[in-house]
Design a binder for this molecule. Structure first.
Ligand SMILES: [Mn+2]
Length: 277
């Protein structure tokens, strides 16, 4: 089984650099290429078609459910996902704290897998827990309460009453402000997530894969009987990071940006190194 996991692209405008980067990455996935920079700046690529693409939340900087009125800037990337799906890649979208109510469009209309909060998936070597990760801190009661309200049926119906262009304008404004108010230090957050995995989730799962903290981390923990894997996916704002999985092995890579053809022609197949922090 071959899969790519990514999160936190926070897509907003098609003209943004990260948007273009992601489009190129998805195009290459569709063509059966996974290009990456490893931690030591070595460039490489795996020529293979993947089976699954997991997008673990905050792919869009905002999302409101209007199956008939999709924010125009998002149409290009949605077409890309559909293209990948038509090539046989299964698309899994987990909702984040910026994008939810996704089922009605992505599942009901496009037939993609939508995960509301978390899911248990089967990988070749064992079970994995996947989630965006914003609900892992159970002590953050205020945030969890707010999250519940925003995802309630009442709020769903309320947002349906507001004209789409007005919603998009509000969303652009609120997502800009919410970042300055709620962005916890990524490094602190990743340690909290790892602690949660170590104390609880690893009892049930061999692997925990999360987004939300914007820091790419791949870490192993030797358990009593088998090795456990923890991954935080980073983002497509500063890192262009993704997790690649092939037959029981994980590899954290960064998509090369602006390296031109010199790197591109560096197309040898590398053995996938197991990097860890
Ligand atoms: Mn998030």
């Amino acid at each position: 089984m071959k899969a790519v996991f990514l999160s936190d692209a926070h897509l907003k405008r098609a003209a943004d650099e990260r948007y273009g980067c992601l489009i190129r990455f998805l195009t290459e996935l569709g063509e059966g290429r996974v290009r990456f920079l490893a931690g030591d700046e070595k460039a490489g690529r795996v020529n293979t078609a993947i089976d699954d693409l997991y997008i673990l939340g905050d792919f869009f900087d905002f999302w409101f459910c209007r199956p008939d009125r999709i924010y125009p800037e998002f149409q290009q990337v949605i077409r890309k996902l559909v293209e990948l799906q038509q090539r046989g890649v299964r698309i899994h979208l987990c909702e984040g704290n910026h994008d939810f109510f996704m089922r009605e469009y992505f599942h009901d209309m496009l037939g993609m897998d939508v995960i509301e909060e978390s899911a248990a998936i089967e990988l070749d070597h064992g079970r994995a827990f996947i989630a965006h990760g914003d609900t892992l801190d159970e002590k953050n009661v205020l945030y969890l309460a707010l999250r519940k309200i925003l995802r309630s049926r009442a709020f769903y119906h309320f947002q349906r009453l507001i004209p789409a262009p007005v919603l998009w304008a509000i969303a652009g404004f609120s997502s800009a402000t919410s970042k300055t108010v709620t962005l916890e230090d990524g490094e602190v957050l990743v340690e909290k997530m790892f602690a949660r995995a170590a104390q609880k989730l690893f009892k049930e799962f061999d692997t925990v894969i999360l987004g939300h903290c914007h820091v790419p981390v791949l870490r192993y923990l030797d358990g009593e009987d088998r090795r456990k894997t923890f991954a935080a996916l980073g983002d497509w704002i500063f890192h262009n990071s993704f997790l690649y999985y092939e037959d029981g092995q994980f590899f954290m890579g960064n998509y090369p940006v602006g390296l031109g053809n010199r790197r591109e022609s560096f197309g040898e197949k590398l053995d996938i190194p197991a990097s860890s922090c």
